[in-house]
Design a protein around this ligand. Sequence first.
Ligand code: LMR
Length: 335
Amino acid sequence: MKKSLAMLTAVAVALVFGQAAASAQSPIILKFSHVVANDTPKGKGALKFKELAEKYTNGKVKVEVYPNSQLFKDKEEIEALQLGSVQMLAPSTAKFAPLGAKEFEALDLPWLFKDEATYDKAMKGVIGKWLFKKLETKGITGLAYWDNGFHMVSANRPLLMPADFQGLKMRISGSKIADRYFRDVGAIPQIMAFSEVYQALQTGVVDGCENTPSNYFTQKFHEVQKDITVSYHAHLQYAVIVNSKFWNGLPADIRAELEKAMAEATDYTNSIAQKENEDALAAIKASGKTTLHYLTPEQKLAWQKAMAPTYTWARSRVGGEILDLVAKELDIKMN
Ligand code: LMR
């Protein structure tokens, strides 16, 4: 009696998470939803994972990739993962507060990583691991960090000194740290789903935004922003996450193959991110549709000074533990 109950429960769980027994006839379906274009580091990473996962599991797993917010917009995709209606996501870590993991926003501090190598080391090391531990109690498992380089910022006027931001409505993706540093320079930040940004810029619902070159180019933001400052003032990274019940419920051998596919897809994504963004920036420049600006050392210093209060404020938002850890690992002074 007990045994059949246990079996029934197992079948029910398998059905709920769309993984009715791994057999040649009915592959396990893994839905991977994301909000960007295929032709970006994350878009290419997702397709690479699909290719490798299907190859290593001999087709026992079928990965369905849904790019461009086709299935869900920003906040909805997080809810969908928690409910199990999608199995894998790679949201920007700026969007993790709804998961109950505000600590990830520490990564959004302005001018935090001095270069890509520093970022990479931090995420592969204790910072990345510490943050993933925060997800364990939320029913979410963190598998990897994917890079998308540094943010630029834009409007229909050159943004060279902090005063240039005064009164501008700036779209942000979700992080309260970004909200704070834009307020530090007198802007009015507004959270908005990624899929709505182009139209909001075009119609003047917002005046400006921040993002990486690959996102600007593939979303055509540069066509509706007269001036882009290549400021690289903050970093954009993703955490590839899965529903823990789904993941832990997979047959161990299948999970091992998927882990291998993810490790290789991660190396691939992180190896192309910088070049993809350089190419996108070159394409934006070549389009002639916007003007690119670069900060002088004095201008950069003025931004850093203006945004410094965010560091002090961050303690009340993300907590001292992660900030102290970041300070130690990056060998920087927090405040
Ligand atoms: C954004 O909303 O601006 C980004 O998180 C989009 C993305 O996933 O790169």
